[in-house]
Ligand binder design. Structure first.
Ligand SMILES: *Cc1c(COP(=O)(O)O)cnc(C)c1O
Length: 660
């Protein structure tokens, strides 16, 4: 036991030094631990059980979840770079995909056991969520033990599903708009051992199906997609409701029933489908929809349809910000809650009418595919943070405005910061007017602007300790943030961040044992002012700046974008001709990991060919011009050679910047 007594002042001092305070002046504080990083980036909230931080301050990936085995993401990226796989790189963890399928099926199995439900669950993966061949092939393989099937929402997706699915017990749900060819292809696939269910989305499809069935002498399994009144809320709320693009309204469902009955095909109608939109954040919305759908289901049964399947569509949400709330970037329920509600609701509706319970189907895409990929990219450089330049007092003969602004700057206090802010803004506006009329020199204007930013920074430092931030000062944090330039195209790799303001967790994958003292926004490689990220996940709402580390000389800085495995890849576009990124598939083995597939990103030749340029022609053009310039003595032979070398090399390489 220690015999020395600390003075209370010393104890206080010691205590204080252990409390990590706000990174407010760009100076690293002494004690920053990986626990501080865990809390700051909320990695447990959105990343459990796959992502965490190790003692080295790197992101760790446990692709098999709780079932053991992990790897250091930073080490993996280094190893990939040694194999000449540059950044940005999309890393797919096939074990995560497998774990997601296992998890979803386990939750339904548990719910079925808990409610003694006498039916089964047969999930399907909606191909539109991620159509990449290796991923769909993995899915089918991992789904085998659970008879997990596929859902096609278009003719091309049907072609993928037909060729990839090879499990007779798995369902093939055929959604989307259909023509005769679609319908006949789906029906004929029954002869190959598939179990296609053709879901009627439009009334026009009813005669099509009747005709195809007669012609092919195949009795199909049919479903109807109901337009529910219960709606999802938020971004995809319009997927259901009276004005929804898809599905049949109640009178149309009845008309379909009559037409099928007249064609002696009512026994073919066996499935009811609904989909109220993606990323449903509130469990109450799912329950409302289920209740309505269950009633339609039992009524269809009573009308004579041989009902046996209920397809609850997609919508199972992802907790992007880890807040467990009904905020749009979160969800207030677990997969288990979801499965329990589906099973219990259907059980109750059927037993009330003494009907056998249906096989349950869900078309969860986002919930299965989001976690499996991580996009790692590097920071190319930063722009200065305004307001950090040292400020010298103005000389006695300096412009009056400059002297007054300096006085303001030296008098910022907790009591007057809002007033000081307004004064500073006014001084700056006045300075610009004076400058425009020729009464202020460029040097003087520069001094005013520097002082203005210094003032704002002082105010911001006070503000960060306040509970309440007045509206007019809310943007201060963002305007004083640095900009980090990232080797990435938002349009190619995270289109939803641009198109619909979707939030994805973004964080450094190393240096997590160091305090991130900079507050930044991100700007991408494109020449588009929308190519930026200025909204980040936060426990409450959204934050406008992300805490990152100052760059070190000669040391790359890597960021990871997580939970982007659903929808982003196919919706990504070629804005500014930035192509697909490199992709690798990582599979865990007893000895560590194995790189299963490498899919090289687009080369410039490939991207240019999408817009009809032929690289041979392009090279020939440059060669001819060089010869002319050579003849005219405007270029040396060495310069011409170097130019052509660069040109040809670029064509055969990655569209992103190379930093090594
Ligand atoms: C998009 C879609 C899905 C997938 O939705 P998630 O929210 O990603 O699970 C399922 N079914 C249909 C009909 C869809 O259009």
């Amino acid at each position: 036991m220690s015999t020395t007594r600390q003075s209370s002042e010393e104890m206080l001092q010691a205590l204080r030094s252990q409390i990590p305070s706000e990174p407010d002046n760009g100076q690293p504080h002494t004690l920053w631990t990986i626990e501080n990083s865990e809390e700051l980036y909320r990695i447990h909230g959105w990343g459990d059980p796959y992502f965490s931080i190790n003692a080295a301050g790197h992101v760790m990936v446990a692709p098999r979840g709780d079932r053991g085995g992990s790897l250091d993401l930073h080490d993996l990226v280094t190893a990939l770079q040694q194999r000449n796989l540059g950044l940005p790189i999309l890393i797919r963890f096939s074990d995560i995909l497998e774990d997601r399928i296992e998890r979803l099926n386990a939750c339904f199995a548990k719910a079925i056991a808990r409610y003694s439900y006498s039916g089964v669950y047969r999930g399907v993966f909606p191909v539109k969520c991620n159509q990449q061949r290796h991923l769909v092939e993995d899915l089918v393989r991992f789904g085998q033990p659970h008879q997990f099937g596929l859902e096609a929402g278009s003719k091309p997706e049907l072609l993928i599903a037909l060729a990839t699915l090879d499990n007779p017990g798995a369902l093939l749900i055929c959604n989307g708009y259909k023509d005769l060819e679609y319908v006949e292809t789906a029906m004929l696939s029954q002869r190959l051992g598939h179990t296609p269910i053709i879901v009627l989305e439009q009334l026009d499809e009813v005669p099509l199906v009747i005709e195809a069935s007669r012609r092919l002498k195949i009795r199909p399994i049919l479903g109807v997609r109901a337009k529910l009144t219960s709606k999802g809320i938020g971004r995809w709320g319009g997927s259901a409701g009276d004005r929804a693009k898809f599905g049949l309204a109640i009178p149309e469902i009845l008309s379909a029933v009559e037409q099928l009955k007249a064609a002696d095909m009512l026994d073919c109608l066996q499935l009811l489908h609904f989909h109220i939109g993606s990323q449903i954040s509130a469990i109450s919305v799912i329950k409302d929809a289920l209740r309505e759908a269950c009633q339609i289901y039992v009524e269809l049964s009573e009308l004579g349809a041989k009902m046996g399947y209920l397809d609850v569509g997609g919508g199972l949400g992802i907790d992007y910000d880890g807040s467990k709330t009904n905020f749009y970037a979160s969800k207030n329920y677990s997969i288990q809650n979801y499965a329990n509600d589906v099973v219990a609701e259907v059980q109750e509706a059927c037993s009330a009418r003494n009907l056998p319970v249906p096989t349950l189907i869900s078309e969860s895409g986002r919930a299965i595919a989001s976690h499996q990929s991580v996009l790692v990219f590097d920071v190319l450089g930063t722009s200065d943070r305004p307001g950090l330049d040292p400020i010298d007092p103005p000389t006695a003969d300096a412009h009056a405005l400059l002297r007054e602004l300096y006085d303001t700057y030296t008098n910022v206090t907790v009591q007057n910061y809002q007033e000081v802010y307004h004064d500073a803004v006014q001084f700056k506006d006045e300075a610009i007017s004076l400058f425009n009329f020729g009464y202020l020199s460029l040097t003087e204007r520069a001094k005013v602007e520097r002082l203005y930013w210094a003032c704002c920074r002082r105010i911001l430092e006070l503000l960060r300790h306040e509970d309440y931030v007045p509206d007019d000062l809310e943007d201060l944090e963002k305007s004083l943030a640095s900009i980090y330039y990232i080797n990435l195209s938002v349009f190619q790799s995270m289109p939803d961040a641009w198109a619909i303001d979707q939030l994805f967790p973004i964080m450094p994958i190393h240096r997590l044992d160091e305090e991130p003292t900079n507050r930044v926004t991100l700007a991408d490689l494109t020449c588009d002012s929308d190519g930026k990220i200025e909204k980040f996940i936060d426990l409450r709402d959204v934050k406008s700046v992300l805490e990152l580390h100052p760059l070190k000389d000669q040391e790359p800085y890597y960021l990871g974008l997580f939970l982007g495995g659903a929808y982003q890849e196919i919706m990504g576009n070629l804005h500014n001709l930035f192509g697909d990124t490199n992709t690798v598939h990582i599979h865990m083995t007893p000895k560590g990991y194995h790189i299963e597939h490498v899919v090289k990103g687009d080369t410039m030749t490939e991207v240019l060919s999408y817009v009809q340029y032929d690289s041979e022609d392009l090279i020939e053009n440059i060669r001819r011009r060089s010869e002319h310039a050579l003849q005219d003595g405007k270029i040396t032979i060495q310069e011409a050679q170097l130019l052509l070398q660069h040109y040809e090399h670029s064509l055969n390489h990655y569209t992103y910047l190379s930093t090594d």
